[in-house]
Each structure stands twice: as structure tokens, then as C-alpha cells.
Design a protein around this ligand. Structure first.
Ligand code: AMP
Length: 215
């Protein structure tokens, strides 16, 4: 099963992708995570995209399409792929269709996590995560039990994303509405779109996604 989680920054794509990975043995392909990894390992490409990412703009289509092409080859033996944060433009959506078709595969569903903007600003600006195990926290709704210590693995390496400032988030939202939200219509027209209320509790969103996938 190959699925896309679609939605603006902070809609919960990464969190829900993590749940699908543990339940269904799928592979999560997050272009945001791949780009951050390229930055922290200091590759040429990582250096080129750093400033663009910090401003909250999209990196060029050819970079992310290249990353996804390589990752799809590595994921070939998995139980399916969850695309998280990709595609973000119509050109990327077309390229993904071609990449899958070239491997004799297709998309099974595109799940849109629908949320409103004010909720997103609040969600994102309070967000932090464990740099070691990836557990996600929030200043107001889900702080760590002990200040500065990850509940899951005990690490003190808690991090905030450089692009989770309010200014960068506004830019990311603008990019979403200008370039990514047309994909809602695109996949609707293709008959793949399923909409889930992304503002419900984490458990309700998870159940909504499972129901959407079972349809
Ligand atoms: P994310 O973790 O998905 O919020 O992505 C963080 C940042 O990485 C975005 O704000 C973009 O600068 C860049 N990025 C991630 N995925 C893509 C993509 N599919 N196309 C273009 N830029 C991307």
C-alpha cells in the first residue's frame, strides 16, 4: 500500500506516519527529514538548501524528486510507503506518479489532514522533539514529565526546529496555500482523496486514517 499524507505544516503528518509505520510495517519517506539529514551531515546539497528551508520556502522540485527516487529503490521490499511532506507541488505529484508507474506500482490513497490556520500556529510554535528517539512534545499540550528530559528514552537532547518560528511558519503556510493545496483538487479528480479532520484528538485522527484507508 502506498499512501500520501497531505496537509499544511503542523497538521500531524509526521506523527501519524510514525503510527502507520509501527502498525503496518510501512516505510515513512519524509523529504523534510531527508533534507534535515543532508544539512546536518554537511553535504553540498544540504548546504544549498539550508537557507531556503530556514526561510520557510520550498526547495527545488528536482532535489526532492531525486531524493524520493533513491528512497523508493531502497524501500522496494517494504510493506508500502507513506509519503510525508511529498509531493508539495503539481510537478512533484506528476513525478511521483511516473516514479511509481515505472516500478509497476500506484498510489492507494491520499489522506488530507484538514486543519485551520490558527490551530496550526499554536501547535507549531510550541513544538519540540527528542533528537535521539524522535518523540514529539509540545510546551502546552504535551510537555515532558521531567523538564528537559525525554519521557521515552531519557535523553536530554531536546530540540526545536529552526523553521518552527512564527515568521517562518507564516511563510510555510503561504507556500502550502500557493503551491501544495492545489494537490487536494488534483487527487480529488484522480479519485484518490480521503479527508480526515486533523483537529480531532491524536487517537481520533489515527482512527479516521485507518477508516479512510479501509474504504
Ligand atoms: P517538513 O519537515 O515537511 O515541514 O519540511 C521542512 C522544509 O523542507 C520545508 O519547509 C521545505 O523547505 C523543505 N521541503 C520538505 N519537503 C519538501 C518538498 N517535497 N518540496 C520542497 N521543499 C520541501
Amino acid at each position: 500500500m502506498n499512501i500520501i499524507l497531505l496537509g499544511p505544516p503542523g497538521a500531524g503528518k509526521g506523527t501519524q506516519a510514525g503510527k502507520l509505520v509501527s502498525k503496518h510495517g510501512m516505510v515513512q519517506l519524509s523529504t523534510g527529514d531527508m533534507l534535515r539529514a543532508a544539512r546536518s551531515s554537511g553535504t553540498e546539497m544540504g548546504k544549498r538548501v539550508a537557507a531556503v528551508m530556514d526561510r520557510g520556502e520550498l526547495v527545488t522540485d528536482d532535489i526532492v524528486i531525486g531524493l524520493i527516487g533513491e528512497a523508493l529503490d531502497e524501500a522496494a521490499a517494504s510493506g508500502g510507503v507513506i509519503f510525508d511532506g511529498f509531493p508539495r507541488t503539481l510537478a512533484q505529484a506528476d513525478a511521483l506518479g511516473d516514479l511509481l508507474a515505472g516500478r509497476g506500482q500506484g498510489l492507494d490513497a491520499v489522506v488530507e489532514l484538514r486543519v485551520d490556520d490558527e490551530a496550526l500556529v499554536e501547535r507549531i510554535t510550541g513544538r519540540y522533539s527528542c533528537g535521539d528517539c524522535g518523540a514529539v512534545y509540545h510546551d502546552r499540550t504535551k510537555p515532558t514529565q521531567v523538564d528537559g528530559v525525554c519521557d521515552v528514552c531519557g535523553s536530554t537532547n531536546l530540540q526545536r526546529r529552526a523553521d518552527d518560528s512564527e515568521e517562518s511558519l507564516r511563510q510555510r503556510l503561504m507556500e502550502y496555500y500557493k503551491k501544495t493545496s492545489p494537490l487536494v483538487g488534483y487527487y480529488h479528480a484522480k479519485g484518490n482523496l480521503r479527508v480526515v479532520d486533523g483537529l480531532a484528538s491524536m487517537e481520533a485522527v489515527e482512527a479516521g486514517i485507518e477508516a479512510a484507508l479501509a474504504r
